[in-house]
Design a protein around this ligand. Structure first.
Ligand code: ZN
Length: 107
């Protein structure tokens, strides 16, 4: 697959996944060689979620599922977070990868 953000080439490799700063283990991902963005397929994402539940981390951070819309992907922002940030439909935000595991959105 190609990177959704920069259209760079992705390679399959194991990456460490953290939730709320706690490492959940290493998981197979597609990593963009250009910008470092990491993608998990649905099966792996489910595995990560299970692990998170096992470790009692689930719910500390809001989980959002990655969806596909045409050629791009979409992540739903939970209502609580949207209200806190005063995010409304049509509002423009700046989005960029903070590092391999974090996505930054400036409102
Ligand atoms: Zn990229």
């Amino acid at each position: 697959m190609r990177c959704v953000i920069c259209n760079g080439e992705t390679i399959r490799k194991n990456v460490e996944y953290k939730e709320s700063g706690v490492p959940l283990g290493n998981f197979s991902a597609y990593v963009c060689q250009k910008c470092g963005e990491t993608y998990f397929d649905e099966k792996i994402a489910e595995k990560i979620q299970q692990k998170s539940k096992q470790m009692g981390l689930f719910g500390l951070a809001k989980k959002a599922k990655v969806a596909e819309i045409g050629n791009s992907i979409a992540i739903r922002i939970p209502k609580e977070i949207a209200e806190f940030l005063k995010l409304k439909k049509g509002k423009e935000v700046v989005i960029f990868p903070e590092n391999k595991n974090e996505l930054h959105i400036t409102v």
